[in-house]
Design a protein around this ligand. Structure first.
Ligand code: PKZ
Length: 173
């Protein structure tokens, strides 16, 4: 999946320091929003270099097959974790391409640990990967690769903002 012309990228000196949560982009986001009525509420933590980590408790409402997580929920979690990592470059992005390898069923009640990494970039493209385990990093349960595209936030969402759902604490702003 990685292109031949991929180039190294450099963490922005003003990026969130290692060990700290990378700021959520808005409180009503399905992936990270603390006020979203339904959502994953994932906190992505900056790691060293171009890495991030996150953990997600697998709740009953995430069920797909009996007793295990739905694959789409896991996919959304990967999207959130990897999609946040380009903020280490101080670049807002959207997902262009996401692929998942599901290695093992993930039981309800378990905690999924994610370790993501930026692999490099080409122009506006940022390539990432992420591995998930249930407590033993040597025993992964899933892995993902994703391509994110850097955007101009104002332009990208200009035609959609009137539909945005706001937090009750934002006075409709
Ligand atoms: C919710 C978001 C809030 C963001 C705020 C702050 C972020 C804070 C972190 C939050 C974490 C969020 C994590 C969840 C993130 C989502 O879930 S985002 C939602 C899902 N994704 C989308 O809705 C994106 C929909 N797609 C699009 O809007 C447009 O296709 C894109 C991606 C903006 C690209 O369009 P474009 O700006 O016209 O650019 P374009 O010239 O077509 O492509 C640029 C380059 O990317 C390549 N490319 C584009 N698409 C693809 C593809 N699918 N496959 C391969 N290459 C591709 C092109 O070939 C081109 O390459 P080069 O020519 O440079 O070699």
């Amino acid at each position: 999946m990685l292109p031949a012309d991929i180039e190294p990228v450099i963490r922005d000196p003003k990026a969130t320091p290692p060990g700290h949560r990378i700021d959520l982009h808005h409180s009503m986001c399905f992936g990270c929003g603390s006020e979203a009525p339904v959502g994953l509420r994932i906190e992505v933590i900056a790691g060293e270099g171009l890495t991030v980590t996150a953990a997600m408790k697998v709740e009953d409402w995430m069920q797909g097959g009996p007793g295990v997580i739905h694959g789409g929920v896991l996919s959304a979690a990967f999207d959130e974790v990897m999609g946040t990592s380009p903020l280490l470059l101080r670049k807002p992005v959207v997902t262009g391409h996401l692929e998942i390898d599901y290695a093992k069923p993930i039981p309800l009640g378990s905690t999924v640990h994610f370790t993501g990494e930026i692999l490099g970039g080409v122009r506006r493209k940022v390539y990432t990967r992420c591995v998930a385990h249930l407590g033993d990093p040597a025993n992964p349960v899933a892995a993902a690769h994703a391509l994110f595209i850097a955007i101009d936030l104002e332009k990208h969402f200009s035609g959609y903002r009137e539909r945005a759902v706001h937090s009750q604490h934002q006075n409709g702003a």
